[in-house]
Design a protein around this ligand. Sequence first.
Ligand SMILES: Cc1ncc(COP(=O)(O)O)c(C=O)c1O
Length: 433
Amino acid sequence: MADIFERLVKNYGPIGEHRDRAHGYYAFPKLDGPIGSRMIFRGQEMVVWSLNNYLGLANHPEVRKIDADASAEYGLALPMGARMMSGNSNFHEQLESELAEYESKEDAILFNYGYQGIMSAIDAICGRHDVIVYDAESHACIIDGLRLHPGHRYVYKHNDIEDCEKQLQRATKLVEEQRSGGILVITEGVFGMAGDQGKLKEIAALKSKYEFRLMVDDAHGFGTLGKTGAGAGEEQHCQDAIDLYFSTFAKSMASIGAFMAGPRVIIDYIRYNIRSQIFAKSLPMPIVLGNLKRLDMLRTMPELKEKLWSNAIKLQAGLKERGFDIGKTDSPVTPVYMKGGVEEATAMVHDLRENYHIFCSIVVYPVIPKGHIIYRLIPTAAHTDADIQETLVAFSETKAKLDAGKYKVDEIPDMAEVTGKRFDYMLDKPRNK
Ligand SMILES: Cc1ncc(COP(=O)(O)O)c(C=O)c1O
């Protein structure tokens, strides 16, 4: 018989296998200091582009005050228990009704985390005869929701409406043959890697030909898109066609928790049947009060969204002017596509951090095909013109080095500990801040 543990330690997985060199630097880095556009990484100040703090609320004085005051008043224990048993409160219900109103829906339900919430909501609403049609680039939490689904699922090519229709035809045929079950289409408001919006309006238009319900994960659109910040549905003028609207509080609200909004009877069904909430302690009171305050700021401070977009446009236009490929983003998420291997990508990130003091995230194989690199930048309302300018210069200079083959190293630079090992590109004199 095989020992499970033995198998695990033989293969730590595609990222885990690099942990000896990567831990604490490329993976699990520690950013210190107050959350903002500049933070401390390994003792040096960096311009940070890795946080989904879109509206800059994380360190806003009003947010810090409500978080501190509510913690002092209620502590983190209250309310105890799952909401169904003993963990409900008027504030939880107030947040739900304010979220529903903001999203132009009848009702909303709070989740402790977005990941488990949407996963468990898919499980709660889909039976074994139901068919799920979903976008190929759906977030892991949607994919894990599908894993819980005992019925059929059909995937369509990312944002490909023709293929979506084809899968809807297959799904329709299946439910007709079964003589039971319905269809749920799941997509995202904004795809978090490439920054392109889900084609919600086109999917909604398919409702005139096919019978289905539409669930949208708008984690990145909530607070950043639409006239009032209500998200991708509002932006694309099809909010009514979204049957179940989901977002997390972890991005534009810089908090914890999530919600789903929709028709009252369905949200009530979810409330009484969602396992991840029924069998889990409810959100602590300071988090709920903090989220009420943040939601109020989303509604009443449009200048935050305006600043976010002004920074996003400056960053994206600057990158394009300098010849960078930023793909098809139509949100603040800013991917920068380059070519190179995993070792080269990490060497370039190393140079960006050590010599230019720019901190951004990279995406490499196996998340994307071999030979491709994505640098992912998240502009926020907290960034300044100086942050953007320094970053544009750093990207131009490091891209020139990448093209000249300067980052061609045999192995990922070992940054798990300071080993003193130096690579060619490090011979350039480090800039002093
Ligand atoms: C698209 C999307 N959905 C869901 C989640 C999960 O939300 P949470 O962090 O609240 O678990 C994330 C990431 O945070 C996300 O990017």
